[in-house]
Ligand binder design. Structure first.
Ligand SMILES: O=C(O)CCC(=O)C(=O)O
Length: 261
């Protein structure tokens, strides 16, 4: 298995676990090369890096399929969400590519990820995390402290469940939830998502995180796809998954919650 018991406990406590080399380096570098081509920029010509961030929606060519299906990750998902609790994907989505720039990228605020769409198409988040089992942060370039590593608030996933409790299956509108989750987690320590191509940070769906401007010299390439669940979190079972245990811990509840959440 990919994760040790103490790594699983750290995931429950901190809201994320790093899986070094989850994707083989040659696969991660093949992904990076494809992302360069998709960006329209040249790796060896900084004059072509004219924007602080370029977002690429999704990629499903063989290296991305291989990255999404990397065995250590699938094992980690089984350990955190439960076997059969998540859906395999044929590729990866949302790549924020960040380039050295004095310009504000305009998208570096703290937030939790949205999980589901409401009746009006608006983005929402629910206590049982309908639509999102996990957030995965895949590194496709070397990322040091100056290279716009994603910032994560350690333990902030524990601050979110009480904001969702009582909101029912439809949960809450994403932006208004973030407006409360961000101040609620402001005192949490911050860690940076640094590492090597092929490292993946597997995060709790409620982890508060944010981008930042790139102050270094090497562009930062990553993906931040959801891991999509097959159902909703079971918070009433005698054996909750690690993701559900963290939600219960956030609620201060050892014995589970009622069916409506
Ligand atoms: O680019 C990053 O470091 C994180 C981006 C992010 O959190 C987002 O776009 O939702």
């Amino acid at each position: 298995m990919t994760l040790t018991d103490s790594e699983i406990e750290a995931f429950v406590r901190n809201g994320f676990v790093r899986v070094p080399g989850a994707v083989p380096e040659e696969t991660a570098l093949a992904c990076r090369d494809e992302l360069w081509r998709a960006s329209g920029c040249q790796p060896d010509d900084p004059a072509t890096w004219t924007r602080p961030v370029i977002r690429i929606a999704s990629m499903s060519t063989p290296p991305f399929v291989a990255a999404a299906r990397a065995q250590p990750l699938e094992e980690a998902y089984d350990q955190l969400v439960g076997p059969g609790g998540w859906q395999p994907t044929a590729g990866l989505g949302t790549f924020p590519l960040r380039f050295p720039s004095a310009e504000d990228p305009g998208d570096a605020g703290w937030h939790v990820e949205a999980s589901l769409a409401g009746d009006e198409g608006e983005m929402r988040v629910s206590l049982r995390s309908r639509g999102r089992a996990l957030l995965a942060l895949f590194l496709f370039s070397e990322v040091g402290e100056d290279d716009a590593p994603t910032r994560v608030r350690v333990g902030s996933h524990l601050d979110v469940p009480s904001l969702l409790h009582g909101a029912g299956e439809a949960g809450r509108e994403w932006m208004t939830l973030c407006q409360e989750a961000v101040p609620a987690s402001a005192g949490r320590p911050v860690e940076l998502v640094t590492g090597a191509p092929g490292d993946v940070y597997v995060c709790h769906p409620f982890l508060v995180h944010g981008a930042q401007p790139h102050r270094g010299s090497r562009p930062r390439f990553m993906a931040q796809p959801p891991v999509v669940p097959t159902g909703e979190l079971d918070l009433g079972t005698a054996e909750p998954t690690p993701v559900a245990r963290a939600v219960l811990a956030g609620l201060g509840s050892a014995g589970g919650v009622g069916k409506q959440g």
